[in-house]
Design a protein around this ligand. Structure first.
Ligand code: ZN
Length: 139
């Protein structure tokens, strides 16, 4: 287990950077996911509880949805630029195919990043959670 002081001294930017690497936002350790999509209840290193607050996964869903919609928006912008560049001669089927892949694959690929990033956001919004001890710990 990492020392609590190392876990509590991280800046908000560092916590976000850790989470974007799918690491624990509190201590920075790896292995916070049981599988690619399944977040552990607690960090295996510092025992930080990720979903301690009710509604944690709603935040994850909103973040994942926002990024997925952003990717679809970029797909649409790409289509508009392609239309402008070719004078409107862009076949629609490849655009639909890309949109389908982005709409279905984007949320699956980004989900673990949304989960760890939302854990970081909650930790940044409530820094007192960074110094809370795991259950059963002395002190
Ligand atoms: Zn940790």
């Amino acid at each position: 287990m990492r020392p609590v002081s190392a876990a509590t001294s991280a800046t908000p930017l560092r916590r976000i950077a850790r989470s974007l690497l799918r690491h624990c936002p509190r201590c920075g350790s790896r292995g916070i996911f049981r599988t690619y999509l399944r977040l552990r209840e607690r960090c295996p290193s510092c025992e930080y509880e990720f979903a301690a607050e009710e509604g944690f996964f709603l935040g994850v869903w909103v973040l994942n949805f926002a990024v997925s919609e952003g990717l679809l928006f970029l797909t649409l912008i790409g289509y508009i630029f392609a239309m402008a560049a070719t004078g409107g001669d862009v076949p629609l089927l490849p655009v639909f195919a890309v949109g389908l892949v982005v709409a279905l694959g984007g949320p699956l690929v980004f989900y673990p990043f949304a989960a760890s990033t939302w854990a970081a956001v909650e930790l940044i919004m409530d820094p007192s959670r960074a110094i809370s001890r795991p259950p059963g710990a002395a002190g």
